[in-house]
Design a protein around this ligand. Structure first.
Ligand SMILES: [Zn+2]
Length: 133
């Protein structure tokens, strides 16, 4: 599974905006494509609708602006309320969305973080940056 580093928030209607680059690579067309959604571990799984997808809980259209409503049942299970920050991961044809953990802005690790003004960085990247100054 690939960490995209793309972060978004759940909007007031329980929607996420799927990044256009991800849509493009998966053949998802805004306002046209139907997307299957299901729960996988602590993640929301999304994939362009396929009849063979046994996992799908629901299939819904992505709207013209690339927004997609996460079913309430899934939002409640994962605590994905309005304003919660989520992150996109990719695995072949499936998009995974999970709550964003703090991570290094430079290398994306979630370990050994220190907080700086603009967010978090890991100690390794921090010491490399300090050497470069
Ligand atoms: Zn780092």
């Amino acid at each position: 599974m690939i960490r995209t580093g793309i972060i978004r928030k759940i909007d007031e209607l329980g929607r996420i905006t799927i990044p256009s680059g991800i849509c493009g690579s998966l053949g998802i067309v805004n306002g046209v494509s139907s997307i299957d959604v299901w729960l996988q571990d602590d993640m929301v799984a999304l994939k362009r609708t396929e009849e063979s997808n046994q996992n799908a809980l629901y299939s819904r259209l992505i709207d013209r602006n690339g927004r997609y409503i996460i079913p309430k049942e899934i939002r409640v299970r994962l605590g994905l309320d309005y304003g919660v920050v989520i992150e996109f991961f990719l695995d072949e044809k499936t998009i995974f969305v999970k709550r964003s953990l703090p991570y290094c802005k430079l290398c994306y690790t979630t370990e050994n973080l220190v907080r700086i003004t603009s967010g978090d960085i890991c100690k390794k990247c921090g010491s490399e940056a300090a050497k470069a100054l």
